[in-house]
Ligand binder design. Sequence first.
Ligand SMILES: [Zn+2]
Length: 487
Amino acid sequence: MNKSIFMVFLSFLLVIPTLGMKSTAFAASTFSDVPSSHRAAKEIYYLAEGGIVQGTSSYQFSPNKSVTRAEAVTMIGRALQLDGTQRPTNFKDVGSSSFASGYIQSAVDKGIVSGYSDGRFLPNKTVTRGEMAIMICRAFDYPFNNSSSGAAQALMSRGIAEGLEDGSFGYSEPMIRADFSVFLARAINPDFRLKANTVKFDQNLTVNVNDLNVRTGPNNAYEKVGSLNKGTAVKGAYSVGAWYYIQAGSIQGFVHGNYLDGKGGSGGATNPTPPPTKPQPPTSNVDPRIKDQVIVIDPGHGGKDPGAVGYGIKEKDVVLATGLKVNELFKKTPFQVKMTRSTDKYVSLSGRVSYAESVKGNTFVSIHANAANGKASGSETYYYAATAKSNPHTADSKLLATKIQNRLVAAWNLTDRKTKPGDFHVLRENSMPAALVELGFIDNKNDNAKLKSDYWQNAAAKAIYYGVLDYYKAKGYKVDSLYSVAK
Ligand SMILES: [Zn+2]
């Protein structure tokens, strides 16, 4: 939370030394400009694993570089396994030697994209968010009314995109490679989406070979997650090119359509034994009121505001990484979860409150890291306690803060700086129970090591998740079965 002009200035001088950084989490090549803490790292490496995106050089991905029409069509073409063989096209400005000529022509043939009326394709033109929405809808066969707004709606309803903080979709905003990767990964694999249950497994299919590999993505480069035998009944949701996203018992993933019978209709195939129920988070014995509860996760700072800095890392980055992990946990439950920011962007304090109000938040959790000239250490959680006319939920806010603090101290084993009242804007001005957790001190070497560690961020995310469940439990909600989600 603490910051000063000096800190802000410092953060421009300190460059995170990510070059040469290696992570065993990534099977594919690593890009020096996409560390595991990058907000789009998961999606970029997921696409890179399947060769759907490639670096701009052997070591770099250039996540902030804008996406041209040629590049967008190439990424979509690789995802859909279109014919990318370089060849002559319908367009006077795309010669057969252009790297994208094959994908451009294939995408045009499929109706995913079209050229301009003057016979040009403008391959080097930057793709806007509106154009991206239309391309993805056409590529993945989402019904929409052929307008950008219809396409945006189709993506938002599936948890693939969300509006900007000002409420607009930003149709004419240019797309950068990181964001395009995020949208494409979400379209391909629902595990990346912002909402749970956006996919219906409504096609009855039957496996027609033995030892059919189920993979995490739509081509053979993706990791195998299971194997199916001939005659197995599976449920199909949709296809990505020739590959089908299927569910069979506890297995979900992609298989090649050549090895499935019964395609082209729902419920058409013989299906004598229904697939066993998926042993997922048991939601049937969860309090039915939970699905109406909206949890707002608020990673502090962002964009031009780095927050506190220490040992080469910025508060805005570690709290975002942690917040995204909390979001992932809640997405596995019937709770609704919203984030005031899910990318490295600046959101004002009042913008955070008005966002929480606009999504009708029931519980607000702000995530921060502290700084105090390296002298202090430990975790603490705040709530608003004044008896003023502002946030009236003092008792519930304190309960929420206490539950989170207890879980965090148990998980992180840093000094317990306790739950305490604090007069912070996002606590005071919200009209829902709200807590602000300071995970640790970014300028303390020991705390800093935990803040920047993926392992400890996961532990903190789990602690916050458990803390919120503890809070709901204390309020009389039946949530016991949701603890196993974070196991
Ligand atoms: Zn802060």
